[in-house]
Design a protein around this ligand. Structure first.
Ligand code: 8NA
Ligand code: MG
Ligand code: MG
Length: 345
């Protein structure tokens, strides 16, 4: 489809849900042999009776809250979104939330709370969380808002409801930017795509609080830009091993160690790669590659799935994969409604 087409919107949300559901199998594992990944994915094709159901985790649970809040309110409403996060957690606390964020989610359900950003600011001795929980749910901001400053502003605020450290919320901004540019077709020229992300993030990270947070965590200034430059270096090389990806970019639960990794996975899998089945298209390659990294596989595959899905469109996602994932069908319906909201602006 063309730029910002309905197929791209559906691809972004279904891709995110799929990454979460398919990645759950390997979450927290050290490096996973590609054979095991392919076995897992082939199993979905063989399930002709349709009784395999892979459940989604916190990534999709919170993404649903973001979508429903944006659709119901027709704009960003921090109170409403915070309330939905708290209510979702109250109803289904067993979706695999990070161990710190559950405290925020409990506080957000208090009717006496007047500042919904306050519980997030109290995390980790007042430093706030740098986890990838804000980034894992930020794709809908790119689908609801057409205008780039809005995408950045609301992805940041949406993440700050649980992640007040700049390394947490700037990861969410980067993920939303990647989905935004992918929706525009920018991945058809990979160098243009990465250069746009770098130039946007130079502005995003040019803030005192970002400098202070980076220093406190012993990271260089402009930490996300530094990682995006590493991606550029890796893109110029003929061969890159899984071990190098993990050591250069990471596969962990920090946004800094997972958002750039997800972006790299999408870029790397634009072309056929040795070790990945020849019959796989780009979206299938991307998901398989993310799972083979081990670590925070559900979240890395969820973020890469959203970016890749916005590029390839929903028709690139195998039906058999969609059938096996909880929430995939519903994601298509949300995408249609977000597409309307986006084009109304
Ligand atoms: P979070 O805010 O609890 O952060 C996740 C973790 O990061 C925390 O529990 C801490 O260990 C660490 N952390 C974050 N900020 C700081 C800080 N300032 N100082 C010290 N440690 C810190 O939760 P979240 O929503 O960011 O977490 C998202 C991730 O957790 C997702 O991957 C999600 O799927 C889930 N999860 C991951 C795993 C895994 O093994 N990778 C397992 C279960 C759940
Ligand atoms: Mg998860
Ligand atoms: Mg995870």
């Amino acid at each position: 489809g063309g730029t910002a087409s309905i197929a791209r919107f559906r691809g972004a949300l279904v891709g995110a849900v799929l990454g979460d559901c398919l990645g759950g199998e390997f979450e927290g594992a050290e490096e996973v042999p590609m054979d095991r990944v392919l076995q897992h994915l082939n199993g979905l094709e063989e399930d002709s009776r349709g009784d395999c159901i892979l459940q989604y985790s916190d990534d999709t649970a919170m993404t649903r809250c973001v979508v429903q809040s944006l659709l119901t309110r027709g704009e960003f409403d921090q109170q409403d979104m915070a309330h939905r996060f708290a209510e979702e957690y109250r109803q289904a606390p067993g979706r695999g939330y990070g161990s710190g964020v559950v405290q925020v989610l409990r506080k957000l359900s208090s009717p006496r709370l007047s500042d919904v950003f306050q519980p997030a600011r109290a995390q980790f001795g007042g430093r706030g969380s740098f986890g990838n929980g804000g980034a894992m749910r930020s794709a809908p901001f790119a689908l609801a808002f057409r205008n780039l400053p809005d995408v950045k502003r609301y992805a940041r605020l949406g993440a700050m409801l649980t992640h007040s450290c700049s390394l947490g919320y700037n990861g969410a901004v980067l993920q939303a930017l990647a989905v935004h540019y992918s929706l525009q077709g920018a991945l058809s020229v990979p160098q243009v795509f990465i250069n746009r992300l770098i130039s946007e993030m130079e502005g995003v990270e040019n803030e005192d609080c970002a400098r202070n947070d980076a220093r406190a965590l012993n990271e260089p200034e402009f930490p996300f830009c530094a990682r995006l430059h590493r991606i550029k270096d890796l893109m110029e090389r003929n061969t890159v091993s899984i071990e190098e990806v993990i050591s250069e970019l990471g596969n962990g639960i920090a946004a800094l160690h997972s958002v750039p990794t997800a972006i790299f996975c999408v870029l790397h899998c634009l072309e056929p790669r040795p070790g990945l089945p020849e019959q796989y298209g780009g979206l299938e390659r991307t998901v398989a590659y993310c799972l083979a990294l081990g670590g925070d596989t559900d979240t890395i595959a969820c973020m890469a799935g959203a970016i890749a899905g916005a590029h390839y469109g929903v028709d690139a996602i195998p039906q058999a994969w969609q059938r096996c994932c909880e929430g995939a069908e519903e994601a298509e319906a949300w995408a249609d409604r977000l597409h309307l909201l986006y084009h109304k602006q």
